[in-house]
Design a protein around this ligand. Structure first.
Ligand code: GDP
Ligand code: MG
Length: 217
């Protein structure tokens, strides 16, 4: 459940995946492409070359017609196996998740292992994985070694989650992925958080508020 009081509701959204799949790049591109009322600076903790050891944070937000401030805190987790503690801490109390997979054929095992740690870590921190708003993004579609979307769709046809395809490095598919997560998040929490009944927000105005006018992709 999103954190909230009478004036503010905060959604914690987490980009999860194997090391180097493009989670930080997703947040950097969102920061460039989105224009909601409130957009904070992206905070990135990077050490040891381009590997994120802790996490990135991008704060976004807008005001609902009722005056309620809707905030989003987008986090990335470190993919490296050694950082399972940080992953659990970042995942704790998440309201929605994007799993960023690396589309290259050579990364299939890494993707599968990371996805398994996601399910395991959700239950360890007390999250209901089955009920979690979750979008699966296959990133790095620009690379020649990427498995093509048709093949990925075929393989995951039984999976209940929306699949998206992206080249985050080039800014493609990043906003579309976030939009899918926003829609899943709205559907999951709208009733419990009285978003429509008390705050005059429907799914479209929720998405528009979070993306801002410039991101009509
Ligand atoms: N070719 C290509 N490279 C990407 C893409 N997205 C990210 N990268 C590169 O992959 C590396 C890891 O990206 P990063 O966002 O730091 O991954 P993270 O470990 O998941 O946060 C960097 O060198 C990025 O520039 C993409 O869509 N295509
Ligand atoms: Mg990173």
């Amino acid at each position: 459940m999103p954190d909230g009081d009478a004036s503010t509701l905060t959604f914690k959204l987490v980009y999860y995946g194997p090391a180097q799949s493009g989670k930080t790049t997703n947040l950097l591109r969102l920061h460039e492409q989105l224009a909601p009322e409130l957009k904070g600076e992206m905070m990135t903790l990077e050490t040891q070359g381009d590997r994120t050891l802790f996490f990135d944070l991008l704060p976004l937000g807008f005001r609902a017609p009722s005056g309620l401030l809707i905030k989003f805190r987008l986090f990335t987790v470190p993919g490296q196996v050694a950082h399972d503690g940080t992953r659990k801490a970042v995942l704790s109390r998440a309201d929605g998740i994007v799993f960023v997979a690396d589309s290259q054929r050579s990364q299939e095992t890494n993707n599968a292992e990371a996805f398994k740690t996601l399910a395991d870590n959700c239950s360890r921190v007390g999250l209901d994985f089955q009920a979690m708003p979750l979008v699966v993004q296959f990133n790095k579609q620009d690379l020649p070694a990427a498995v093509p979307p048709e093949e990925i769709r075929g393989r995951f046809s039984a999976a209940p989650w929306p699949l998206t395809f992206a080249s985050a490095l080039h800014g493609n598919g990043v906003v579309a992925t976030f939009e899918l997560l926003l829609r899943a998040t709205f559907r999951r929490y709208a009733a419990d958080s009285e978003l429509s009944s008390r705050h005059a927000l429907d799914e479209e105005s929720f998405v528009r508020g979070a993306l801002g006018p410039a991101a009509a992709s």
